[in-house]
Each structure stands twice: as C-alpha cells, then as structure tokens.
Design a protein around this ligand. Structure first.
Ligand SMILES: Cc1cc2nc3c(=O)[nH]c(=O)nc-3n(C[C@H](O)[C@H](O)[C@H](O)COP(=O)(O)OP(=O)(O)OC[C@H]3O[C@@H](n4cnc5c(N)ncnc54)[C@H](O)[C@@H]3O)c2cc1C
Length: 147
C-alpha cells in the first residue's frame, strides 16, 4: 500500500536544464532532449505518462511552470504497487521457525533435542540472487556436521 519515488535523473537539475535548452534550442521537443540522458523507450513511456498532451510541443512554447511540473515528476516519479503476483511467481517466503529457538552452530532446536531446521523453513529471507540457496546449503552443511 505504500508508494515509492524514482528519480530518473539524479545527477541533473532538470529545471535548470530545461530552462537553458528553452533559451538555446526553443524548437526542440522534450523527448529529444531527454534521450540525451535516458533510453528512448523509457523517455517514450514517461512522455505517455507525464506530458502526452504536449508531446509535439516545442520546449520554447512550454511555460516555465509546466517545465517545472514535468521536471518535478521526473525527479520524483511516484509508483504505488497495486499488489504482488502472489505464489505464482513467488521465490522466497518470509517467516518460519524463529532463529532464536535454534542453535546457530548446529541448527538444532533448543526446545527439542535431535530436531534440526535448515533453509527456507527458518525465519531467514535473503534478497533474490542466490542468498537463499546459500543459506539453505550453508545451514544444511552446518547441521550435517552434528546430526
Ligand atoms: C521459482 C523460484 C525461484 C527461486 N530462485 C532463487 C534464486 O535465484 N536464488 C536463491 O537464492 N533462491 C531462489 N529461490 C529460493 C530457494 O529455491 C529456496 O530458498 C531454497 O530452495 C530452499 O531450500 P530448502 O532445502 O530449505 O527448501 P525446499 O527447496 O523448499 O525443499 C523442501 C523439500 O521438502 C519437501 N517436502 C515438503 N513437505 C514434505 C513432507 N511432508 N514430507 C517430505 N518432504 C516434504 C518438498 O517437496 C521439497 O523438496 C527460488 C524459489 C522459487 C520457488
């Protein structure tokens, strides 16, 4: 339910950039200017979302207010995820057996002798990219030294 913001051009002050271009190249389109800094496909999507009605208006014909509004959105583009794809594409689960109830050396339960927990069943979740495999294998290796 929370939104986050993307700054598409963190190293460029777009208000200054647009104003300078408005003075030096008044006939140029915003999308042409922005493709100097971003992939064309991204610029076209942003154009559809932010200034579709002015897509073919030269920068010289855009008011400073409008340019500031567009710059503001490009520096803080709001994205609010509407949901997840659920279990169909899920790759890792949160939650599981509390790690404080398991020995971090042997992976044996502190409550039940002879019961070991490793991998995904524990409340350990890594970022995608191998950390969950690493955890599953490393914890299994640790337990295997003691089982
Ligand atoms: C689509 C997908 C992509 C993923 N990609 C990545 C990735 O790129 N990098 C990464 O680090 N992690 C990735 N993960 C997560 C990673 O696969 C898991 O964290 C890891 O495999 C967990 O290993 P595990 O041995 O703890 O559990 P599992 O691999 O889930 O093994 C549990 C096993 O227990 C069996 N089992 C369940 N119930 C019973 C029962 N009652 N009796 C007997 N057997 C039972 C299951 O059939 C299963 O074989 C991905 C997961 C998914 C689903």
């Amino acid at each position: 339910g929370q939104s986050f913001h993307i700054n598409f051009l963190p190293y460029l002050d777009l208000v200054d950039f647009f104003k300078a271009k408005k003075a030096s190249q008044p006939k140029v389109l915003l999308r042409t200017l922005l493709t100097e800094h971003l992939p064309k496909s991204v610029v076209l999507e942003l154009q559809n979302l932010i200034w579709a009605d002015l897509a073919d208006t030269a920068i010289g014909n855009l008011s400073d207010d409008k340019l500031e509004q567009i710059a503001k959105r490009l520096h803080a583009f709001e994205v609010k995820p509407s949901g997840t794809e659920g279990y169909r594409t899920a790759e890792v689960t949160l939650g599981g057996v509390d790690t404080t109830e398991v020995s971090s050396k042997t992976m044996e339960s502190k409550k039940q002798k002879g019961l070991y927990f490793v991998g995904e069943v524990l409340d350990v979740s890594g970022h995608l990219g191998g950390f969950n495999f690493q955890w599953a294998w490393a914890s299994a290796h640790a337990a295997s030294q003691y089982v």
